[in-house]
Each structure stands twice: as C-alpha cells, then as structure tokens.
Ligand binder design. Sequence first.
Ligand SMILES: *Cc1c(COP(=O)(O)O)cnc(C)c1O
Length: 380
Amino acid sequence: MVDLKGQYQHIKERVDSSIMNVIETTAFVNGPEVHEFQKELEQYLDVKHVIPCANGTDALQIAMMGLGLKPGDEVITADFTFAATVEVIALLQLTPVLVDVDPISFNIDVEAIKKAITPKTKAIVPVHLFGLAANMDEIMAIAKEHNLYVIEDNAQGIGADYISKNGTTKKTGTIGHVSSTSFFPSKNLGCYGDGGAIFTNDDDLAHIIRGIVNHGMYVRYHHDVVGVNSRLDSIQAAVLRAKLPHLDNYNTARKKAAQKYSDVFKGHKHIITPTGCGKCSETSFENCNCHVFHQYTLRIINSDRDALVNHLSEKGIPCGVYYPIPLHLQKAYKDERYNEKDFAVTNQLIEEVISLPMHTELDDEQIKYITETIINFVTK
Ligand SMILES: *Cc1c(COP(=O)(O)O)cnc(C)c1O
C-alpha cells in the first residue's frame, strides 16, 4: 500500500545525518530538533502553536483534556473513521455520539450533526477522512450557533487546503479551536515510528496543552493539572524535519497518481471514483489542493467488493478496506440509543469501499497494472 523504502532512498543523506546528529548530541527527548520542527510546522501551516506529542491518538485525547471537557459531555463525531477518534472520547468518559457521513465526500454529514445536538453536546470532531477536508464552513457555523468546540482530526489531511465559501484558503487543522495530527509512518507526513501533534491558534489553550503533555507541569515539579507523558522523540523530529520540505511534493505525487487512477475509472458503471471539492473534479486533482489522498478510495457498486479484494491479493496488488465495520456496531462503542436507519450511508459504504495503493513512489506501470486488473474484474 505504501513504499516507504523508495521514499527514503531520495532523502537518505539528510535523514541519516540528522539521526546521527541526535545520537551524537544525546538530546533524545525535547531536544533542539523537536523545537525546530515545531517552528517549521507552525510556519508551514500558518498556525500560532504546534505542540508535538507521542502519537495522533494522544494528540486527540490531549486536545480534549485541554478544552476541559467533563465526563458526560457529549462529543459528536463520524461513524465512518478510524477508531482512535471515538476511543479517546470514551476513554475520557465523555459520551461519544456517532453520526452518519456524506456518501460523496465520506466526511461527517452536517445535517446529521444538527440532529444529534442536545443540551449536553460540547464538541464536534470532524475527521478530514482520506485527505479531503470536511465541510468546515458549515461545521464552524453550527459550532458557533450552539457554542461548541470544534476539534479537527487532521491525521489523514496534513497539507490539504480548505477553501471557504468566502474564498479564503486555510490549511486543514487550522480552522477549528484545536486540531490533532499523526506522524505514523504511513501518514502523508510520517516519521519512522510514532509521533503526533496538536495545533491551535489559541494562546491560552496552547499554554494549557503544553503543560498537559508534560505531566501537568508548568513549573518543574509543580503539577497543576492531571497530565500525561506524551513526547515526540528527537530522532522522529529529525526525520520529520527532513521530510517536511518535501510534503507539498509528496502530496502532489499522490494527487497525480489519484488523477491517473480516476482517468481510467471515471464513468465506469461499477465504480464510483473519489471527488474533491468540486472545482478539481472538473479540472484535475493536481491543480487543486483540497484533497491530499491519504487514501484513494473507490466505491464498487453492483459487483462483489470482497471478491475483488481477494482477486487483487491473488494478483499481488495490495489493497485495503477502510473501514470494514462501522464504529456504532463495534462492541466497545455500541449504544442502545443508536438507530440503524440513522447510519444508512456508513452501512452501505462498508460494503462498497476499497482503497488502492497510494504513496509517493507509484509509477505509470504499476498504475496501469492495478487499473487494468480492476477493470477486467468488475466488467467480467
Ligand atoms: C492514524 C489516525 C489516528 C491515530 O494516529 P496514531 O498516531 O496512530 O495514534 C487518529 N485518527 C485518524 C483519522 C487516523 O487516521
């Protein structure tokens, strides 16, 4: 699904010397590499504060702790996402409220958010799923009207732009009150282990969060709040500093590959290709930055998706089903208040979606083999 080795070959010198430098200086935790990376990412995103931490799941949890959410507060998020999003809500004894997604963008359904709001609702967590920004204009408007926090889960969207109706463009993860991201190796900006970060433009919240990631300490050995230990290793920061200058190029390579896939699949009666913001769907993904294709995900209709998955693995083509089970049906997150008819889209998507190999090193020959194999299977 990803080719991290191929990508490494192009940046080997810089990565190797940066890692060696960390080892020589023995500043393994919170060393200069971490601080430099933080500043460089703040600049890239045009956000006031980046707070590095240990992984994307911690980042979400810490963002919620920083906002002071209390047990029993309801937090609305998408049914169709990776479990980390709902996991931390439950872990903090907040009440997860899962809602359906939009069948075109795969992102949280704005009407479903509106319906799910109660007097106990305190926050909305949109996920920029597969690298496409959620509908932030609408989500921010709902949040404002109901006095809710918006926590963007940007683990899959780093580097993407969100283009507002009013024409302004911002990076995903800089629009809500606070955001989280992951530097897991296969993410668009991945390190060589675990890593994550929290972003916010709110000075006070940034201060609170900087203490939470470090055992609730604001002054050494004075613990003002209950915190956690969640740090980004200096070696991981060194890898991320080597990769950040290439992030836009990496995302362009993904968009190019996505366009090549879509050029072949578009209009096929058994295949629905992913869409971007609409503008790019008319021209090309490459000329737009609304979708950074963490995953390239097709819907296979009136055909057998599971048989296609088996066929592709027989042909040596990696693929993935993200996600095979809706969160509201997972044992850990079942809730008797849920009604199946409220999850019609997610229930359908889990039967139809298939994600194809997507990374920065895909070549034309690979894309040709993958697309031909799929077309042959679904038309037979
Ligand atoms: C990867 C991911 C996370 C979790 O990140 P980790 O670094 O693996 O903890 C959270 N949310 C989404 C949507 C993700 O894709």
